[in-house]
Design a protein around this ligand. Structure first.
Ligand code: ADP
Ligand code: ZN
Length: 727
């Protein structure tokens, strides 16, 4: 017997299987989809079995598979098909596609250690007569205590009673020790929470319920606070009742804190969670729980779409518009595509939920490719907040640089009423750049083409792209004058400023800098919920999904940072970000308010946000996209040619462009090469080619050729992004 094995060696040229002989002893065990260790050159390397065959015609002697790494772990046929699909979708190598399916502890590679976590328990030896063992009683009261405890509790964790008396009992075989697998995350508390659905929710519920045995894509457009999550929960209950499983994606870890709690309350130990903030060991455990069929519901972020659930009855993508569902590094897949694949595979519905659906999804819904479901009222009679747009130009003149007079007043008011406030500022750090007023010097990243951001808490200058860090000097490094000034506003400075005007205010700041520690998100969210803080300041992390009944004021500090990003999606992203953030205000019986500060008070995006007018925004933005030939009218592929030397790379980029231009369909557009938005990144120059197409059956093949023809030039990398989330 022979096996075709794809190995962990990820070079595009080696993206093919190698044939190995299967050892006699493994013949009955080995299966397609298993992870194996094989000899390769003079090394041991890992891979997956993709095919088993009885005969091969080769003249040389084939090497044997060294061992099956884990006979339990077999990628089933659905997962193998997902890998094929992923490879085709993103043009990655087969091994990359397969590795993407697995948590790092289970990938095909040399694993440093066993991630399985064991606990040791002790119990009475059933073969020993207790009466006899009680003989110990007279002489050794300590030992007796342990015996009595074990009679009462049956088993105890060894670490809880470790003592010399226990060791004696073990030695004398009176108690026995057992090692067993322990999952790191455990949840057994079910509260059996149940809601009576409102009539709007009921309608949505019934429609999906009727179609639980059909593949269908629903776009659930439900305004913020309309009770989408409750509908998801009730539908999942229904799916479980039918003996099936459910998979739900959420865009961010932060969001999962509150949602996981809700799911734990309802589904208890039937839930597994998968997200990037889990430790490698926790991910390992959760993955295996799913793999072993011990859970029925999986909630997680993007990569949870690969969860090895079987018998799936429903897939949900909450906040479907979120760009987090697109992976930025290879393979550059979108979770929605994988979700569609899996929903089709299982012949079940996929629900895409959002208060601000992506243009792509709404366009498909308007064409009837998705079924539109709507929840256009908040639950419990709560109403959407009133939104005021403040022009900052006159404010600056009256020296209200950071907070407008209106927002300042409203904050004071809110504090007086003991209600809570969320401020959004989409820039972390203290100052966005430092400039010398004497010589004009600014700190720039030596590796990238951007200015460094100043972080006051650590007195560091940091590159937000490559992570380069440098201590800030007191004197200008160029002219040695003490003339370095701070410009631009970051969350750190905003916090400092607000504390100056409201000395008693209690603020929690959430951004990448304050949430690196494990568990910090959860704690901040919980403390804010328990009203230990008056104000939450954060970057876009605070925009989505959070549900705090006491929040009645939301401030968007600098609307223009988001609007001015040079990307065809920046209007859409801004509309979503502001609508979602506004949606945090007034979610209960307290009416909510929102203040948006901007230098572009007449911008159409802000106008639509202000009027809660998704529909008009959609129509306006669609016209712009049509005119500029962007998605959803055209498909987009972003291709970057990356290299160390500026002119060599540009030269190569021109060749790539010329090659593509000759091969594509007549109405496909190929633009560039132009410099990428960040030209120099990590010491490499990046040129961009953009392809826009409507129907082009050859395009994927052309890109595969480009990958083969140009990617082996050792100084040049080609990076292809199909349906990029940003250019
Ligand atoms: P969304 O996900 O659409 O923003 P949520 O599902 O978070 O909305 O619901 C908003 C709030 O309304 C939550 O606090 C939730 O507990 C509550 N809620 C939702 N549906 C109901 C219902 N049928 N009965 C009572 N409360 C509800
Ligand atoms: Zn950098």
């Amino acid at each position: 017997m022979f096996a075709k094995v794809i190995i962990e060696y990820s070079v595009k040229k080696l993206d093919k299987t190698f044939i190995y002989e299967v050892d006699e002893k493994d013949k009955d065990i080995i299966k397609v989809g298993m992870k194996v260790a094989v000899p390769f050159g003079n090394k041991e390397i890992f891979g997956f079995v993709l095919e088993l065959i009885d005969n091969v015609e080769v003249s040389y002697n084939l090497k044997k598979i060294k061992k099956i790494v884990d006979p339990e772990l077999v990628l089933n046929s659905e997962l193998l098909q997902i890998a094929d699909y992923l490879q085709n979708l993103t043009l990655c190598t087969k091994i990359t596609a397969l590795q993407t399916l697995l948590p790092s502890s289970l990938k095909a590679k040399k694993q440093e250690h066993d991630y399985t976590f064991y606990e040791t328990i002790v119990k009475l030896n059933p073969l020993i007569n207790i009466l006899e063992s009680k003989l110990a009683k007279q002489k050794y009261p300590q030992q007796l205590k342990i015996i009595e405890l074990l009679e009462d509790k049956k088993e105890i964790l060894k670490k809880d009673i470790s003592s010399s008396s226990l060791n004696t009992l073990i030695k004398n075989n009176i108690v026995i020790v057992e090692k067993r697998i322990k999952y790191r995350l455990n949840n057994n508390s079910t509260l059996n929470t149940s809601f009576k659905l409102t009539s709007l929710q009921e309608k949505v519920f019934e429609e999906v319920k009727r179609n639980l045995n059909n593949f269908k894509t629903y776009l659930l457009y439900g305004i913020t606070g309309s009770g989408k999550t409750i509908v998801y929960i009730e539908l999942i209950k229904e799916v479980l009742k039918r003996g099936k499983t459910a998979l739900m994606l959420v865009p961010e870890i932060l969001l999962t804190t509150q949602i996981i709690k809700r799911f734990y309350d309802v589904f208890g130990s039937d839930v597994a969670i998968l997200h990037s903030a889990l430790s490698a060991g926790e991910k390992h455990d959760e993955y295996l729980k799913i793999f072993r069929g011990e859970v029925k519901v999986v909630i997680g972020t993007r990569s949870a779409i690969f969860a090895p659930l079987t018998n799936i009855g429903l897939i949900i993508i909450d906040e479907e518009h979120s760009l987090n569902y697109k992976q930025d590094n290879n393979p550059k897949y979108h979770a929605k595509d994988i979700a569609l694949f899996r929903a089709k595979y299982h012949n079940v519905p996929l629900i895409l939920g959002s208060a601000t659906p992506s243009l792509e999804s709404m366009a498909r819904a308007s064409k009837g490719r998705y079924d539109l479901l709507t929840l256009d009222e908040r639950v419990n009679g709560a109403i959407l907040p009133t939104i005021t747009v403040v022009d900052m130009l006159p404010e600056i003149k009256s020296r209200n640089n950071i907070l407008s007079a209106l927002l300042k007043n409203k904050i004071a008011n809110c504090l007086k009423k003991k209600e809570q406030i969320i401020l959004l500022l989409n820039r972390r750090g203290y100052a966005t750049f430092i400039n010398c007023s004497n010589c004009g010097f600014t700190y720039k990243c030596p590796n990238c083409d951007i200015t460094l951001t100043y972080h006051a808490s650590s007195n560091n200058l940091i590159c937000h792209y490559c992570g380069y860090i440098k201590k800030k000097e007191k004197l200008c490094p160029n002219c040695q004058e003490e003339a370095l000034n701070y410009y631009g506003l970051g969350t750190e400075k905003l916090e400092e400023y607000i504390k100056e005007i409201f000395p008693k205010i209690k603020i929690v700041r959430m951004d990448q800098d304050t949430t690196t520690k494990k568990g910090s998100y959860e704690k901040f969210i919980q403390d804010f919920q328990n009203e230990k803080y008056d104000m939450l300041i954060g970057t876009q992390m605070v925009s989505k999904g959070l549900d705090f009944p006491k929040v009645t004021l939301v401030g968007i500090i600098n609307a223009d940072t988001s609007l001015n990003i040079p990307d065809f999606r920046s209007s859409e992203n801004t509309f979503q970000l502001f609508t979602q953030t506004s949606g945090r205000s007034g979610r209960s019986n307290l009416p909510g308010e929102v203040v948006i500060q901007t230098f572009n008070p007449h911008n159409y995006v802000l106008n639509y946000v202000k009027n809660n007018d998704y529909k008009s925004f959609f129509l306006t933005e669609m016209q712009i996209r049509r005119k500029l030939k962007y998605p959803p009218y055209y498909y987009l592929i972003g291709l970057k040619v990356i290299g160390k030397d500026y002119s060599k790379t540009l030269n190569e980029a021109q060749k790539v462009k010329d090659y593509i231009s000759q091969k594509i369909a007549k109405d496909t557009i190929c633009l560039g090469p132009t410099t990428a938005l960040i030209l120099k990144y990590n010491n490499l120059y990046r040129f961009q080619i953009i392809i826009k197409y409507k129907y082009d059956s050859k395009i994927k093949d052309v890109l595969k050729e480009v990958n083969e023809l140009f990617a082996f030039n050792k100084d040049i990398f080609i990076d292809i992004d199909v349906n990029p989330s940003r250019l």
